[in-house]
Design a protein around this ligand. Structure first.
Ligand code: ADP
Length: 537
């Protein structure tokens, strides 16, 4: 745990939940808006497609009208004197004419006539239209003067669009055995005469009017009243049960017939699908961006709070650390000043204490000053060649009394050769002092301190090993963070600022070396600092 009071977790969790909720709400609203927009787009795509299909249906209807108009004109131009002969001639020569007739009234058919031998075709014709010729169904039952009627009746009278007949005339779509037939008639001198349309030929004409500009993955079908496929434009791989995406009635000229649009994927356009995909992706990105931006802000806030707490703790720790040696120094200085200590040995001890406490003070002040210089990138190193053996011996000599007073047995191992390095002497000494100081503070109970200088690859290493409690695995990385102190009983009872190791590692890495923690053989702490040799810098 850190030296300062820990950040309370519950508000952080609450902020996180609030953040998640608000990001989810915003993303939800965006998704809703996008889905509405999608529905609008879908319906406009549908409307456009419907209009296009209706337009095609109209073309079919126009084609029917053109055929009907042509036949009507032919009927009109027949001279009254040669009515029968001309009709027979039409039947023979015009492929659009299947049968012809002349009708005078109910059950009074002049052509074809029972009294003459009837062909099979004529017999069928009379059977098909028997209820019309026997007067059961009136010819004018459904008459729309100016527009086509909706196919409300089984038979429907319709007038062609482009042609205005001078006489009473019309076309009757006629369903027989679920098949559509058509009769065109004209009234003159009390007679109704006309033709039955050859539907096969009409379909040939319609074929020309069927759309050819079909894009891949689409198919338009012309279906009759019973859903039979009459014509097809375009083709798709059909699976059973494929239903039409859109269908529109062809119109009163072909009652109950419809044009149906099929697509491979059952959807009207890839645009709508792409839009759905894109909007889903956008909503997802929006959510991620909101959530991560909020998360970053939250993290930053927590970090700032933590740092503020650490700084407060740091100030109080440092003040405490300054106060203790100052009190000791003042106390001993006063005793000596008043001349009340006559014992020379005692005097000597007091003076040593004053000296070592002042050292502690200057070490602390150095640490704090270096820390602030490093934070502001103002730290300047004074690089020189020096013998590391000398630095180690000098530092150890200055600390020997303190180590002894802490009840620790000190052993120092130095190499036989000189250990020349090129580095900042003061900085290296400061790091070594920090390590010895920590060992005295936290591992005095172990009773042993070993300082060993040895050659290492690329330079020299100084190991400061104690027989104290060591550092638990979970703290080993964090001890190098600034202000970090392990909050256990030993740390709690020793003064510290949480700066020593963070500062030491920074100094030593700036100088091209390293500071690492190893577990000492007896379980204690072993800090190893490496300093690059002369050639390696
Ligand atoms: P400070 O000593 O001022 O608290 P440091 O950065 O020097 O700060 O040390 C960080 C923490 O690492 C200390 O609080 C202590 O808990 C732990 N520590 C350092 N050295 C040792 C050691 N030799 N043995 C056990 N714990 C140590």
């Amino acid at each position: 745990m850190n030296g300062g009071p820990p950040i309370r977790k519950s508000p952080v969790i609450l902020y996180g939940v609030l953040l998640l909720l608000s990001a989810a709400i915003i993303a939800g609203v965006a998704a809703r808006l996008l889905s509405r927009e999608q529905a609008r787009l879908d319906s406009s795509v549908r409307e456009t497609e419907e209009l296009r299909l209706q337009n095609r249906a109209e073309q079919l209807e126009l084609a029917v009208s053109a055929v009907q108009d042509g036949l009507m004109r032919s009927l009109e131009s027949i001279p009254a004197s040669a009515l029968r002969d001309t009709l027979r001639e039409m039947e023979r020569t015009n492929p659009l004419v299947r049968n012809v007739f002349v009708w005078r009234g109910a059950n009074d058919l002049l052509l074809p006539n029972d009294s003459e031998p009837l062909t099979k075709e004529e017999q069928g014709f009379l059977i098909r239209y028997s209820t019309l010729f026997d007067g059961t169904h009136g010819w004018d039952e459904v008459v729309q003067e100016d527009e086509y009627a909706a196919p409300v009746s089984r038979r429907l009278f319709s007038r062609s669009r482009g042609w205005n007949p001078p006489m009473h005339s019309g076309w009757i779509p006629w369903y027989w055995e679920n098949r559509l037939g058509m009769i065109g008639w004209m009234e003159r001198d009390g007679l109704r005469y006309g033709v039955e349309l050859e539907m096969a030929m009409l379909l040939c004409e319609l074929q020309q009017a069927m759309p050819l500009d079909i894009v891949d993955g689409r198919m338009i079908l012309l279906l009759d009243g019973s859903g039979r496929r009459i014509m097809q434009s375009g083709s798709i791989a059909e699976t059973s049960g494929t239903s039409a995406v859109l269908s529109v009635p062809v119109g009163p000229a072909l009652p109950h017939w419809e044009l149906a649009l099929h697509t491979t994927d059952g959807a009207l356009g890839p645009a709508a699908q792409r839009y759905a995909l894109l909007s889903g992706l956008l909503v997802f990105i929006l959510f991620i961006v909101l959530f991560s931006a909020g998360g970053l802000l939250l993290r930053e806030t927590v970090r700032n709070r933590l740092e503020a707490q650490q700084k407060t703790t740091f100030v109080s720790n440092v003040s405490h650390e300054l106060k203790t040696p100052l009190t000791t120094i003042r106390m001993y200085a006063e005793l000596l000043g008043e001349g009340r200590v006559s014992d020379i040995e005692k005097r000597g001890r007091y003076l040593k204490t004053i000296a070592s406490e002042s050292e502690r003070l200057s070490r602390l002040v150095n640490n704090v000053l270096d820390f602030s210089r490093l934070e502001q990138n103002r730290k300047q190193y004074r690089i020189s060649h020096f013998d590391l053996c000398e630095v180690v011996s000098e530092t150890v000599a200055s600390q020997r009394i303190r180590i002894g007073e802490a009840g620790m047995e000190l052993s120092v191992v130095l190499p036989n050769v000189t250990a020349m390095v090129k580095s900042d002497r003061d900085a290296v000494q400061q790091v070594l002092l920090n390590l010895i100081d920590n060992a005295v503070k936290y591992a005095a109970a172990g009773g042993r301190l070993t300082i060993e200088l040895a050659e290492a690859s690329g330079g020299f290493r100084i190991a400061v090993a104690d027989a104290g409690p060591g550092i638990a695995k979970e703290h080993r990385r964090k001890i190098y963070e600034r202000f970090y102190r392990i909050d256990d009983s030993i740390t709690a009872s020793s003064q510290g600022s949480g700066l020593g190791l963070s500062l030491s590692r920074r100094l030593i890495t700036d100088l091209g070396g390293a500071l690492e923690y190893h577990e000492a053989e007896c379980g204690g702490a072993c800090f190893v600092m490496t300093v690059p040799g002369v050639e390696n810098r």
